[in-house]
Design a protein. Structure first.
Length: 304
């Protein structure tokens, strides 16, 4: 890095060529390489062990000012590129940490709930404030699906509730439920990093350990919550939400409430049908092409 900043090269490539093009760029002096979507293709949350890529990729190589971009453009092997056009760009030197801090502001979600980064004073000290720094893991409230869930929790959580956050990620939904008055929450995720992140955010928000447990899916049964949970919230993806229908329904007590998010608007009807035998779901919110479903377990529904 120099005071003048950096230089960027942008290449169009394909998933099978990414690794080879990355290696070539690093061998020729790249300081960093990042991937961007080159066709406005949504890339949803991966399953365990998966690293999905867009079909059309813009690979960006970052170089110092001393690099000869013309020589690099002339030298990149043609077979690694999806098209011959290579973009060059000057990137000014900035304090990127400070820029990020300036851009991530407190957000009001629902009637009472604020998500506040640690470096900001809560705009309303009397509100329900969650301290959550960006970048810890898997959700800060800025994604539409998380924002929709937080608003629904603000409406539905009542004092004394037991809540399960299935696919907890950063733990933001479980922590919000407790801050809103729930007595107990269980966060569940198949990613060990999410277990760590939820625990860190529990400590950050002074949530007692006895109020918030977090575990991997095979460990849920040990908590003895089947048929006893007042509210289950799952912000995952349409496919896993459909597969998890028996698991999520069995956690709910009769009349217990269910919130599902992470699905596109056009995927809502199929999920409503998947849960119809046990839960009367309907679209409770939509934002930027994403939908949230909410409903209650039918009193006569029998656990699986």
């Amino acid at each position: 890095m120099t005071e003048a900043g950096w230089q960027e090269l942008r290449f169009a490539t394909t998933p099978e060529k990414v690794a080879e093009l990355e290696d070539w760029l690093f061998q020729h002096g790249a300081l960093a390489v990042t991937l961007e979507d080159d066709a406005d293709e949504p890339l949803l949350e991966p399953g365990p062990g998966e690293t999905p890529l867009w079909q059309a990729i813009r690979l960006v190589g970052l170089f110092g000012q001393e690099a000869d971009l013309k020589a690099l453009v002339d030298g990149v092997p043609d077979h690694l590129l999806a098209d011959p056009g290579v973009q060059t760009e000057q990137v000014p030197d900035r304090d990127w940490e400070r820029v990020w801090m300036e851009e991530f502001k407190p957000m009001k979600l629902g009637r009472r709930l604020w998500i506040c980064p640690s470096w900001c004073e809560p705009p309303d000290p009397a509100a329900v404030n969650i301290n959550l720094d960006p970048g810890l893991a898997f959700g800060t409230g800025t994604h539409p699906t998380t924002a929709l869930c937080l608003g629904q929790l603000d409406d539905w959580v009542r004092p004394g509730m037991t809540v399960v956050d299935y696919g907890c990620g950063s733990g933001i939904l479980a922590i919000a439920a407790l801050k809103l008055g729930a007595a107990r929450a269980l966060g569940v995720d198949n990613d060990p990093q999410a277990i760590t992140a939820t625990t860190e955010n529990r400590l950050r928000n002074d949530v007692p350990a006895e109020a918030l447990d977090v575990c991997l899916p095979p460990e849920v049964a040990a908590y003895g919550l089947q048929g006893r949970v007042d509210l289950v919230v799952a912000n995952i993806l349409a496919g896993p939400l459909s597969e998890l229908a028996p698991t999520l329904v069995d956690l709910l007590r009769p009349g217990g409430q269910l919130v599902l998010a992470g699905l596109l608007t056009e995927q809502a009807p199929a999920l409503i049908d998947a849960y119809a035998p046990d839960v009367s779901l309907s679209v409770a919110g939509e934002q930027a092409g994403w939908a949230m479903l909410a409903g209650s377990r039918r009193p006569g529904s029998v656990p699986g």
